[in-house]
Design a protein around this ligand. Sequence first.
Ligand SMILES: Cc1ncc(C[n+]2csc(CCOP(=O)(O)OP(=O)(O)O)c2C)c(N)n1
Ligand code: SF4
Ligand SMILES: [Mg+2]
Length: 351
Amino acid sequence: MTYIAKPKFHHPDLPKNALGYTHRDYEGSVSTLCAGCGHDSITAAIIQACFELSIEPHRVAKISGIGCSSKTPTYFLGNSHGFNSVHGRMPSVLTGANLANRDLIYLGVSGDGDSASIGLGQFAHCLRRGVNMVYIVENNGVYGLTKGQFSATADRGSKSKRGVINTDNSIDLVAMALQLGASFVARSFSGDKQQLVPIIKAAIAHKGAAFIDVISPCVAFNNHAGSTKSFDFVREHNEAVNRLDFISSRMPIEVKQEPGTVEIVEQHDGSRLALRKLAADYDLHDRTAALGFLQHHASKGQIVTGLLYVEEEPQDLHEHLRTVRAPLNTLNAKELCPGQSALDKINASLR
Ligand SMILES: Cc1ncc(C[n+]2csc(CCOP(=O)(O)OP(=O)(O)O)c2C)c(N)n1
Ligand code: SF4
Ligand SMILES: [Mg+2]
Protein backbone atom coordinates (compact mmCIF):
# COMPACT_ATOMS: atom_id res chain seq x y z
CA MET A 1 0.00 0.00 0.00
CA THR A 2 1.48 3.36 -0.96
CA TYR A 3 -1.13 5.59 0.64
CA ILE A 4 -2.31 5.43 4.22
CA ALA A 5 -4.61 8.20 5.47
CA LYS A 6 -4.01 9.56 8.96
CA PRO A 7 -6.89 9.73 11.44
CA LYS A 8 -8.17 13.31 11.77
CA PHE A 9 -8.47 13.29 15.59
CA HIS A 10 -6.05 15.38 17.58
CA HIS A 11 -5.70 16.67 21.11
CA PRO A 12 -7.80 19.86 21.58
CA ASP A 13 -4.91 21.58 23.35
CA LEU A 14 -2.39 21.25 20.49
CA PRO A 15 -0.61 24.59 20.01
CA LYS A 16 -1.95 26.76 17.18
CA ASN A 17 -0.10 29.17 14.93
CA ALA A 18 -1.15 32.69 13.88
CA LEU A 19 -3.69 31.24 11.43
CA GLY A 20 -5.20 28.98 14.08
CA TYR A 21 -3.76 25.85 12.48
CA THR A 22 -2.12 23.05 14.43
CA HIS A 23 0.96 21.11 13.42
CA ARG A 24 -1.39 18.35 12.25
CA ASP A 25 -2.83 20.67 9.59
CA TYR A 26 0.58 20.65 7.86
CA GLU A 27 0.99 16.88 7.86
CA GLY A 28 0.22 14.50 5.01
CA SER A 29 -0.39 10.75 4.82
CA VAL A 30 1.44 8.22 6.98
CA SER A 31 4.92 7.62 5.60
CA THR A 32 5.59 4.28 3.96
CA LEU A 33 9.39 4.77 3.96
CA CYS A 34 11.67 2.48 6.00
CA ALA A 35 11.64 3.19 9.73
CA GLY A 36 14.59 5.49 10.49
CA CYS A 37 14.96 6.86 6.94
CA GLY A 38 16.53 10.32 6.99
CA HIS A 39 13.92 11.53 4.51
CA ASP A 40 11.19 11.27 7.19
CA SER A 41 13.17 13.70 9.38
CA ILE A 42 13.27 16.18 6.48
CA THR A 43 9.50 15.80 6.11
CA ALA A 44 9.17 16.62 9.83
CA ALA A 45 11.41 19.69 9.40
CA ILE A 46 9.33 20.97 6.44
CA ILE A 47 6.12 20.54 8.47
CA GLN A 48 7.66 22.37 11.42
CA ALA A 49 8.94 25.22 9.22
CA CYS A 50 5.56 25.75 7.49
CA PHE A 51 3.70 25.57 10.81
CA GLU A 52 6.01 28.12 12.42
CA LEU A 53 5.79 30.45 9.41
CA SER A 54 1.97 30.20 9.51
CA ILE A 55 1.85 29.45 5.81
CA GLU A 56 -1.55 28.88 4.29
CA PRO A 57 -1.28 25.33 2.91
CA HIS A 58 -3.21 26.21 -0.28
CA ARG A 59 -0.46 28.72 -1.15
CA VAL A 60 2.16 25.96 -1.49
CA ALA A 61 2.92 23.88 -4.58
CA LYS A 62 5.11 20.86 -3.82
CA ILE A 63 6.63 19.22 -6.85
CA SER A 64 8.95 16.22 -7.00
CA GLY A 65 10.56 13.67 -9.34
CA ILE A 66 10.87 9.93 -8.68
CA GLY A 67 12.55 8.16 -5.76
CA CYS A 68 11.96 7.56 -2.05
CA SER A 69 12.81 11.25 -1.56
CA SER A 70 10.35 12.29 -4.25
CA LYS A 71 7.60 10.31 -2.52
CA THR A 72 7.87 12.47 0.60
CA PRO A 73 5.58 15.34 -0.51
CA THR A 74 2.74 12.85 0.08
CA TYR A 75 3.74 12.86 3.76
CA PHE A 76 3.60 16.62 4.34
CA LEU A 77 1.22 19.48 3.54
CA GLY A 78 -1.74 17.29 2.64
CA ASN A 79 -3.81 20.41 1.84
CA SER A 80 -1.33 21.89 -0.66
CA HIS A 81 -1.02 21.54 -4.42
CA GLY A 82 1.19 18.62 -5.36
CA PHE A 83 2.62 17.05 -8.50
CA ASN A 84 4.79 13.95 -8.55
CA SER A 85 6.44 14.33 -11.94
CA VAL A 86 8.90 12.18 -13.93
CA HIS A 87 12.42 11.08 -12.82
CA GLY A 88 14.68 14.16 -12.90
CA ARG A 89 12.02 16.48 -14.33
CA MET A 90 10.85 18.30 -11.19
CA PRO A 91 12.73 21.52 -12.12
CA SER A 92 11.12 22.01 -15.54
CA VAL A 93 7.62 21.16 -14.30
CA LEU A 94 8.11 23.56 -11.38
CA THR A 95 9.50 26.29 -13.66
CA GLY A 96 6.40 26.04 -15.86
CA ALA A 97 4.04 26.21 -12.89
CA ASN A 98 5.97 29.14 -11.43
CA LEU A 99 5.84 31.06 -14.72
CA ALA A 100 2.08 30.57 -14.87
CA ASN A 101 1.48 31.65 -11.26
CA ARG A 102 4.14 33.41 -9.22
CA ASP A 103 1.84 33.82 -6.21
CA LEU A 104 2.47 30.32 -4.85
CA ILE A 105 5.36 29.12 -2.71
CA TYR A 106 7.23 26.49 -4.71
CA LEU A 107 8.83 23.56 -2.90
CA GLY A 108 10.84 21.26 -5.19
CA VAL A 109 11.77 17.95 -3.57
CA SER A 110 14.30 15.68 -5.21
CA GLY A 111 16.91 13.02 -4.54
CA ASP A 112 20.59 12.77 -5.38
CA GLY A 113 19.80 10.26 -8.12
CA ASP A 114 16.96 12.42 -9.37
CA SER A 115 19.02 15.65 -9.45
CA ALA A 116 22.65 14.57 -9.93
CA SER A 117 22.15 11.95 -12.68
CA ILE A 118 19.10 11.96 -14.94
CA GLY A 119 18.04 15.45 -13.82
CA LEU A 120 21.45 17.14 -13.76
CA GLY A 121 20.67 19.37 -16.73
CA GLN A 122 17.33 20.38 -15.24
CA PHE A 123 18.96 21.10 -11.87
CA ALA A 124 21.53 23.33 -13.57
CA HIS A 125 19.14 25.36 -15.68
CA CYS A 126 16.53 26.11 -13.05
CA LEU A 127 19.19 27.35 -10.64
CA ARG A 128 20.99 29.48 -13.22
CA ARG A 129 17.68 31.01 -14.30
CA GLY A 130 16.83 31.97 -10.72
CA VAL A 131 13.46 30.27 -10.44
CA ASN A 132 11.91 31.45 -7.16
CA MET A 133 11.74 28.16 -5.30
CA VAL A 134 13.08 26.08 -2.46
CA TYR A 135 15.00 23.22 -4.08
CA ILE A 136 15.62 20.44 -1.56
CA VAL A 137 17.79 17.45 -2.41
CA GLU A 138 17.44 14.61 0.10
CA ASN A 139 20.95 13.28 -0.42
CA ASN A 140 21.73 9.71 0.66
CA GLY A 141 24.39 8.86 -1.92
CA VAL A 142 22.35 5.98 -3.35
CA TYR A 143 19.33 5.21 -5.46
CA GLY A 144 17.26 4.10 -2.45
CA LEU A 145 14.06 3.25 -4.33
CA THR A 146 15.83 0.93 -6.79
CA LYS A 147 17.77 -0.89 -4.04
CA GLY A 148 20.96 0.97 -3.31
CA GLN A 149 23.11 1.53 -6.42
CA PHE A 150 25.72 4.29 -5.96
CA SER A 151 24.45 7.68 -7.05
CA ALA A 152 26.60 10.43 -8.53
CA THR A 153 26.96 12.10 -5.11
CA ALA A 154 28.57 9.01 -3.54
CA ASP A 155 32.13 9.86 -2.55
CA ARG A 156 35.00 8.19 -4.35
CA GLY A 157 36.31 5.40 -2.13
CA SER A 158 33.08 4.95 -0.18
CA LYS A 159 31.87 1.39 0.26
CA SER A 160 28.49 -0.02 -0.76
CA LYS A 161 26.53 -2.35 1.54
CA ARG A 162 27.81 -5.29 -0.55
CA GLY A 163 31.41 -4.14 -0.08
CA VAL A 164 31.99 -2.60 -3.53
CA ILE A 165 34.21 0.51 -3.56
CA ASN A 166 33.01 3.50 -5.58
CA THR A 167 35.70 4.43 -8.11
CA ASP A 168 33.91 7.41 -9.66
CA ASN A 169 34.45 10.99 -8.61
CA SER A 170 31.44 12.49 -6.86
CA ILE A 171 29.34 15.48 -7.81
CA ASP A 172 28.98 18.11 -5.09
CA LEU A 173 25.59 19.71 -5.71
CA VAL A 174 26.34 22.56 -3.30
CA ALA A 175 29.48 23.51 -5.23
CA MET A 176 27.51 23.31 -8.46
CA ALA A 177 24.68 25.44 -7.07
CA LEU A 178 27.23 28.10 -6.09
CA GLN A 179 28.79 28.07 -9.56
CA LEU A 180 25.41 28.16 -11.26
CA GLY A 181 24.34 31.35 -9.51
CA ALA A 182 21.79 30.11 -6.95
CA SER A 183 21.14 33.06 -4.66
CA PHE A 184 20.73 30.99 -1.46
CA VAL A 185 22.85 27.89 -0.90
CA ALA A 186 22.87 25.71 2.22
CA ARG A 187 23.75 22.21 3.33
CA SER A 188 22.28 20.48 6.34
CA PHE A 189 21.81 17.06 7.90
CA SER A 190 18.49 15.28 8.44
CA GLY A 191 19.67 14.42 11.97
CA ASP A 192 20.06 18.11 12.89
CA LYS A 193 16.55 19.55 13.05
CA GLN A 194 17.76 22.56 15.03
CA GLN A 195 19.86 23.61 12.04
CA LEU A 196 17.54 22.41 9.28
CA VAL A 197 14.22 24.03 10.32
CA PRO A 198 15.50 27.65 10.32
CA ILE A 199 17.34 27.03 7.03
CA ILE A 200 14.07 25.87 5.41
CA LYS A 201 12.21 28.88 6.84
CA ALA A 202 14.86 31.26 5.52
CA ALA A 203 14.82 29.57 2.10
CA ILE A 204 11.02 29.93 1.88
CA ALA A 205 11.34 33.66 2.65
CA HIS A 206 14.14 34.05 0.10
CA LYS A 207 13.02 35.51 -3.23
CA GLY A 208 15.08 33.56 -5.76
CA ALA A 209 16.58 30.13 -6.32
CA ALA A 210 17.24 28.66 -2.85
CA PHE A 211 19.08 25.36 -2.85
CA ILE A 212 19.37 23.08 0.21
CA ASP A 213 21.34 19.85 0.08
CA VAL A 214 20.30 17.71 3.05
CA ILE A 215 22.46 14.70 3.85
CA SER A 216 19.83 12.09 4.60
CA PRO A 217 21.09 8.59 5.45
CA CYS A 218 19.39 5.61 3.77
CA VAL A 219 19.11 3.11 6.62
CA ALA A 220 18.38 0.24 4.23
CA PHE A 221 21.31 0.64 1.80
CA ASN A 222 23.79 3.28 2.95
CA ASN A 223 24.21 3.41 6.72
CA HIS A 224 27.10 0.96 7.22
CA ALA A 225 30.77 1.44 8.10
CA GLY A 226 32.64 2.65 4.99
CA SER A 227 29.74 4.83 3.81
CA THR A 228 30.28 8.61 3.89
CA LYS A 229 26.53 9.28 4.05
CA SER A 230 25.77 7.24 7.19
CA PHE A 231 24.46 8.76 10.43
CA ASP A 232 27.72 7.95 12.25
CA PHE A 233 30.00 9.34 9.52
CA VAL A 234 28.09 12.60 9.12
CA ARG A 235 27.88 13.14 12.90
CA GLU A 236 31.65 12.63 13.19
CA HIS A 237 32.63 14.78 10.19
CA ASN A 238 30.02 17.55 10.32
CA GLU A 239 31.65 20.99 10.35
CA ALA A 240 28.82 23.48 11.03
CA VAL A 241 29.84 26.90 9.71
CA ASN A 242 26.98 28.79 11.33
CA ARG A 243 23.72 28.43 13.25
CA LEU A 244 20.73 30.31 12.02
CA ASP A 245 17.79 31.99 13.72
CA PHE A 246 14.97 33.01 11.41
CA ILE A 247 13.06 36.12 12.43
CA SER A 248 9.92 36.82 10.40
CA SER A 249 9.06 40.42 9.47
CA ARG A 250 6.26 40.35 12.06
CA MET A 251 8.56 39.55 15.00
CA PRO A 252 10.74 41.96 17.01
CA ILE A 253 14.47 41.36 16.59
CA GLU A 254 15.85 39.73 19.67
CA VAL A 255 19.22 38.12 19.22
CA LYS A 256 20.48 36.14 22.16
CA GLN A 257 24.00 35.36 20.98
CA GLU A 258 27.20 37.13 21.96
CA PRO A 259 27.77 40.44 20.15
CA GLY A 260 30.45 40.26 17.50
CA THR A 261 29.66 36.67 16.56
CA VAL A 262 26.26 37.39 15.04
CA GLU A 263 25.50 38.61 11.54
CA ILE A 264 22.04 39.92 10.70
CA VAL A 265 20.97 39.48 7.10
CA GLU A 266 17.82 41.23 5.94
CA GLN A 267 15.81 39.46 3.25
CA HIS A 268 13.62 40.95 0.56
CA ASP A 269 10.35 40.32 2.43
CA GLY A 270 11.58 42.06 5.58
CA SER A 271 12.46 38.84 7.40
CA ARG A 272 15.87 38.66 9.05
CA LEU A 273 18.41 35.91 9.45
CA ALA A 274 20.50 36.02 12.60
CA LEU A 275 23.62 33.99 11.97
CA ARG A 276 25.78 32.82 14.80
CA LYS A 277 29.11 32.37 13.09
CA LEU A 278 31.09 29.36 14.18
CA ALA A 279 33.89 29.96 11.70
CA ALA A 280 34.61 33.59 12.58
CA ASP A 281 36.21 34.49 9.23
CA TYR A 282 33.39 33.05 7.13
CA ASP A 283 31.88 35.56 4.67
CA LEU A 284 28.33 34.63 3.74
CA HIS A 285 28.17 36.96 0.74
CA ASP A 286 31.31 35.84 -1.09
CA ARG A 287 30.41 33.15 -3.62
CA THR A 288 34.03 32.41 -4.60
CA ALA A 289 35.18 32.17 -0.99
CA ALA A 290 32.25 29.85 -0.19
CA LEU A 291 33.42 27.49 -2.93
CA GLY A 292 36.99 27.57 -1.65
CA PHE A 293 35.86 26.99 1.94
CA LEU A 294 33.75 24.03 0.87
CA GLN A 295 36.51 22.41 -1.17
CA HIS A 296 39.17 23.03 1.47
CA HIS A 297 37.09 21.22 4.09
CA ALA A 298 36.04 18.46 1.67
CA SER A 299 39.72 17.68 1.02
CA LYS A 300 40.07 17.11 4.78
CA GLY A 301 37.07 14.74 4.77
CA GLN A 302 34.79 17.26 6.49
CA ILE A 303 31.18 17.95 5.52
CA VAL A 304 30.46 21.65 5.85
CA THR A 305 26.87 22.42 6.92
CA GLY A 306 24.98 25.65 7.49
CA LEU A 307 23.96 28.58 5.31
CA LEU A 308 26.92 28.93 2.93
CA TYR A 309 25.89 31.76 0.63
CA VAL A 310 23.09 34.28 0.38
CA GLU A 311 22.62 37.14 -2.05
CA GLU A 312 21.09 40.16 -0.36
CA GLU A 313 19.33 41.57 -3.44
CA PRO A 314 18.35 38.44 -5.37
CA GLN A 315 16.41 38.62 -8.61
CA ASP A 316 14.17 35.89 -9.86
CA LEU A 317 13.22 34.62 -13.31
CA HIS A 318 10.09 36.81 -13.46
CA GLU A 319 12.19 39.94 -12.99
CA HIS A 320 14.66 38.77 -15.65
CA LEU A 321 11.84 38.13 -18.15
CA ARG A 322 9.67 41.07 -17.05
CA THR A 323 6.59 38.88 -16.98
CA VAL A 324 3.11 40.01 -16.13
CA ARG A 325 2.41 40.20 -12.38
CA ALA A 326 -0.95 38.40 -12.38
CA PRO A 327 -1.34 34.62 -12.59
CA LEU A 328 -2.00 33.69 -16.24
CA ASN A 329 -5.39 32.12 -15.48
CA THR A 330 -6.68 35.49 -14.23
CA LEU A 331 -5.94 37.34 -17.49
CA ASN A 332 -8.90 38.08 -19.74
CA ALA A 333 -9.13 37.56 -23.50
CA LYS A 334 -8.21 41.18 -24.30
CA GLU A 335 -5.06 41.00 -22.15
CA LEU A 336 -4.04 37.70 -23.68
CA CYS A 337 -4.73 38.84 -27.24
CA PRO A 338 -4.10 42.61 -27.39
CA GLY A 339 -4.93 42.97 -31.10
CA GLN A 340 -3.41 43.87 -34.48
CA SER A 341 -1.64 47.10 -33.48
CA ALA A 342 0.29 45.33 -30.66
CA LEU A 343 1.26 42.56 -33.10
CA ASP A 344 2.39 45.14 -35.68
CA LYS A 345 4.62 46.75 -33.05
CA ILE A 346 6.21 43.41 -32.14
CA ASN A 347 6.78 42.56 -35.80
CA ALA A 348 8.30 46.01 -36.46
CA SER A 349 10.71 45.53 -33.52
CA LEU A 350 11.96 42.32 -35.11
CA ARG A 351 12.66 43.76 -38.59
C1 LIG B 1 13.27 7.55 -16.62
C2 LIG B 1 13.50 6.66 -15.43
N1 LIG B 1 14.70 6.02 -15.29
C3 LIG B 1 14.92 5.25 -14.20
C4 LIG B 1 13.94 5.08 -13.26
C5 LIG B 1 14.20 4.17 -12.09
N2 LIG B 1 14.41 4.90 -10.86
C6 LIG B 1 13.40 5.19 -10.02
S1 LIG B 1 13.90 6.00 -8.66
C7 LIG B 1 15.51 5.99 -9.20
C8 LIG B 1 16.61 6.59 -8.38
C9 LIG B 1 16.17 7.33 -7.18
O1 LIG B 1 17.27 7.79 -6.48
P1 LIG B 1 17.21 9.15 -5.69
O2 LIG B 1 16.73 10.24 -6.53
O3 LIG B 1 18.55 9.33 -5.06
O4 LIG B 1 16.10 8.89 -4.59
P2 LIG B 1 16.13 8.02 -3.25
O5 LIG B 1 15.27 6.84 -3.56
O6 LIG B 1 17.54 7.65 -2.96
O7 LIG B 1 15.55 8.92 -2.24
C10 LIG B 1 15.62 5.35 -10.42
C11 LIG B 1 16.89 5.16 -11.13
C12 LIG B 1 12.71 5.76 -13.45
N3 LIG B 1 11.72 5.69 -12.55
N4 LIG B 1 12.52 6.53 -14.53
S1 SF4 C 1 15.30 2.48 0.84
FE1 SF4 C 1 16.57 4.01 1.88
S2 SF4 C 1 15.87 5.99 1.05
FE2 SF4 C 1 14.28 4.49 0.59
S3 SF4 C 1 12.84 4.60 2.32
FE3 SF4 C 1 14.32 2.97 2.80
S4 SF4 C 1 15.87 4.02 4.02
FE4 SF4 C 1 14.73 5.60 2.96
MG1 LIG D 1 19.19 8.93 -3.19
